[in-house]
Design a protein around this ligand. Sequence first.
Ligand code: SF4
Length: 742
Amino acid sequence: MSPNAPLTAPHSANHADRIAFYLTGRRAEGLPAAGRLRPALQAGYRNLAALRHDFPLVLARSGDTPAPSLRSLVDAALARIATGANAERTRRQVLCVEHEVRVMLQEGAEGSLGELWGKAVQRLAAERDATFADSAKRARSAMAVDGPLLGCDGALPQRLLRHVWQQVQQRKEAALRDRLVRLIKQLSDILRAEFEHSDAGRTAPQLKASVSSGYAELFDFDAMSRLLSHAVPREPMPEARRDRIRRLLGVLDSQPFVALPDAAAAKAAGNEVFGYLFDSCESGLAAWKGRLPRLVELSRAIEIAELEIDGRYNPARHDALFESYGANGLEPEELNQFPDYLVCLDGDTLGATEQARLMEILGSDLPIKLLYRIDDLIEAPQGAQGAQSPGLRGRQIAHMAMGLNHVFVLHAPASNLVRCGERIADGMRFAGPALFCVFSGVRGGPSGQAPYLTAAAAMESRAFPAFVYDPAGGPDWASRFSLAGNPQPELDWPIHRFEFEDAKHQRVSEDLAFSFVDFVAADPRFASHLAILPGAPADEDLAAVDALLLRERRGLPEKVPFVRMIDDADKLHTVIVDERLMREARRWREMWHSLQELGGVHNSHAERLLARERAAWEAELAATPAVVAVPMAGPAPTVAATAAVAQPQAAEEPAEPEHSRDEAYIETARCSTCNECTTLNPKMFAYDNNKQAYIADLKAGSYAQLVEAAESCQVSVIHPGKPWDANEPGLDELLKRAEPFR
Ligand code: SF4
């Protein structure tokens, strides 16, 4: 990225003005408000349609993955069809269609993958040769799934979660339906067999009705009836059992929890099947409570029916047992055979009553799945002190739910939902309540910014981190809780290399942290807490926000915190921050630290234990000098010698080698193991022993693939350098695309 250098301004605030703004928020002349600025690290993401990111996704109607990204489908299709001499041409043609689909969605188009893919081909075909349509068609066939295409907008959380929920429910309902149909048939067979052995079942008309019409003339049914009536009489079924089976059939036939094959007849008879989708906890809970007696009745009928069919029902033993069935509610495994409820909530406007009902659901073991959607993560701090923002309230609810130990919790911004696909399905399958807390990204960014970018920035800045708590994962926090997916989770904030052109038109680079302040600084509602330092300000009294947050301030500050931001023309600005925003940043960083501890990162108990053990080991070492003095016959090193060697080794961490912009390389230590590059070309990219990527064989692929990998890398650590094959087609365009990453 190469934002332009700032112009020199006629006036820049002096040190006293800057300190005064930092401490009080009072703005002197020469300190304009931040206005429409964006974090400098977002400079490369202005045109989202040009980036191969996780959206759009497909709400797949078939296949193992409920909602694959278009990009993953295209990559899989290309791996199958882009082979042979024309592989690169096919690849470029198919990627053009993918790009056009993104453009169309950005323009507001709606439709399924099949529809939009076809329209994109039509839009592009006029300017392409005949091979283009063929490549696009082969790619489409190789994708083998279809369904609505969805961008990352405000509707995404509900549509995606509802889709996954429906897929899980369909499987669950099918299993319940099959069971009910089997029980109904087997119970009916018992009654039919009993009837056929009764006097009424042995009359001539009844016998005739039981034989196929084509053979009816072959039999004398009157003679047969007389014969059978003199046969040894069978022990008739006890009346109580017959009544019990009839009652069971009545319950199973008329249950409203799942549609049976003859659903039309049931509907005609007034037996509607229940719905399970609600938009408030109040209505979901009321439906649950209202239906509970029938649910208990059906569950009991299923249990008794199984015993009846096996001939194991013993009235003396089971009557009393089933009399009190369900008095204390149903067991989770009993509940798990019935459909789950999905309640979709707007976390921004949740009232006190709804919150109370939400707690009631979470505190129970009801099979209710809750989507808690947040559109506005952090309200501007001008509000009443102590007032809770929707994001904080959501985080609090998620923490409270985790503390209950029996609730599945997923907390993630919308931008990360594609990557959470499997965990969403886990939550929907979970036997008990599940809470999905999702930040949509609809509000909080600069006006007109795509929700995807705002949501991604929230996760990057730890304002809305991704985490999962799965009670079914194992017995302890290490197996239940995961922070996977957050960039550089061991740090307070992820750090990225930022390149820009300075006032002397020189290319310079610096490492920037993407902090909580970077996230809120893009929100116009926070503009009063930020001030632009015009021109190319002297920076002796400035320090990056993340660096200052690490220091404990005593007395008057010497340094003023700043962040780097860009304007609409990609001009770079130094923006100073007031103390109030720094306080907020500290608060959110503390919350991130708590999550880190839960996730086993910088765990204070473990670190204390480690320090204690180290101190004990060092004391033991100091107390045993004789060990060094004893001459050893064999090669075994002494403890002291090992320590003496280990010390300088630890101090001499290998420094990251210098690279030129023409060299292709990966900043391996910063790789987040997302599999993008290794999937794209497993020969070109490989993982080292730490499961971090490096370039294994540059010549095992094309420069185009290297550039594509650089664009795909979520943490921008792939640097494509310059092309090595001057004959590779499309180099001019590839070099332009590679420029931000070189
Ligand atoms: S280097 Fe490869 S595996 Fe590592 S983060 Fe980037 S794309 Fe993912």
